[in-house]
Design a binder for this molecule. Structure first.
Ligand code: 13P
Length: 256
C-alpha cells in the first residue's frame, strides 16, 4: 500500500510568525503520524523559521512552492535548490497550474525545474491538470499525457521515486467545486497508465494525489476513492484545525 500523503500548499498566504504558529499547533495534534506523510509547502519567507521549528521533529516535511532550474546566477527574484535545502526544505511543488497559467511556465520550463530539483536532492510534487474547456472537448487524457509524458521521458526509474504526482483539474482549484469521485478515479487511472507506459514495473509505487477544493466536508468521500493516494490542499490547508481533520480522515480511511 502507498502511504497516504497530505500536502498543504499555502500559496501567497502566511507570514513567518503565522507559519510557525501553525507548525506548533499541528505538532500538538493527536494524529496517527506513522501512517501518513505530511508536507507543508510555505512561502519562501517562512521556510527558514519553519525549518528551525521542525528540526529533529521528523513527522512533518517542509516544502517550497517553486524553484529555479539553474543552481545559481544572475536571476533576480529567483531561488535555488541549495537555498531551499539550507532552510530544511525536502520537497518542491513544480508545474502548478497557477505557475503555468499566470506566470507562463511551459512544459519545458517545468521539466527543467524538476530535473534540477531531483539532481540537487529534492523531491518533487508534480502538478498536472486540464482546463474545463479541455475536459468538455474530451481532451483530458491528451493534455495529461503531454504534461506528464514530456517529463517521464527524461527520468530514470530512480528519479521517478523522487516524484509525487498531483492531479489538479484547473476548474476545481479554489472554486469550491471539487471533481467527483468518478472523475477522479477515472483520471487517476489514466495517469497511472501514462506512467506504466514508461515505467511498467515502478508505476504502481508512485503516489497520485488529488487537489482542487478539498475540504473537511468532502475529504471522507474523496479518501474512499481507492485511486487517490493523498491530497494537495490550498484554501483548507490554511486553517490548522481543518487541515488536521483532513489528515485524520484520510489516515483512517486508507489504513482501514
Ligand atoms: P484549493 O484547495 O484552494 O482549491 O487549491 C488547490 C490547489 O491549488 C493546491 O495546490
Amino acid at each position: 500500500m502507498i502511504k497516504p500523503v497530505v500536502v498543504a500548499n499555502w500559496k501567497m498566504f502566511k507570514t513567518p510568525s503565522e507559519s510557525v504558529e501553525f507548525v506548533d499547533r499541528l505538532k500538538n495534534k493527536i494524529l496517527d503520524w506513522e501512517r501518513v506523510k505530511i508536507i507543508l509547502c510555505a512561502p519562501y519567507t517562512s521556510l527558514f523559521e519553519m525549518g528551525n521549528s521542525l528540526m529533529g521533529d521528523g513527522r512533518i516535511d517542509l516544502g517550497a512552492q517553486n524553484i529555479h532550474w539553474e543552481s545559481e546566477g544572475a536571476f533576480t527574484g529567483e531561488i535555488s535548490a541549495a537555498m531551499l535545502q539550507a532552510c530544511g526544505v525536502e520537497w518542491v511543488i513544480v508545474g502548478h497550474s497557477e505557475r503555468r497559467v499566470l506566470f507562463g511556465e511551459s512544459d519545458e520550463d517545468v521539466c527543467r525545474k524538476v530535473m534540477t530539483a531531483i539532481e540537487e536532492g529534492l523531491s518533487v510534487i508534480f502538478c498536472v491538470g486540464e482546463t474545463i474547456q479541455e475536459r468538455k472537448a474530451g481532451k483530458t487524457s491528451l493534455v495529461l499525457g503531454e504534461q506528464l509524458g514530456t517529463l517521464l521521458a527524461k527520468l530514470t526509474e530512480d528519479q521517478l521515486r523522487k516524484l509525487l504526482i498531483a492531479y489538479e483539474p484547473i476548474w476545481a482549484i479554489g472554486t469550491g467545486l471539487n471533481a467527483t469521485s468518478e472523475q477522479i478515479a477515472e483520471t487517476h487511472h489514466i495517469l497511472r497508465r501514462i506512467i506504466e507506459k514508461t515505467f511498467p514495473s515502478a508505476a504502481s509505487q508512485v503516489a497520485i494525489q488529488y487537489g482542487g477544493s478539498v475540504n473537511q466536508g468532502n475529504c471522507k468521500e474523496l479518501s474512499e476513492v481507492s485511486e487517490v493516494n493523498g491530497f494537495l490542499i490550498g484554501g483548507a490547508s490554511l486553517d490548522v484545525d481543518q487541515f488536521g481533520e483532513i489528515v485524520k480522515t484520510i489516515t483512517e480511511v486508507k489504513n482501514r
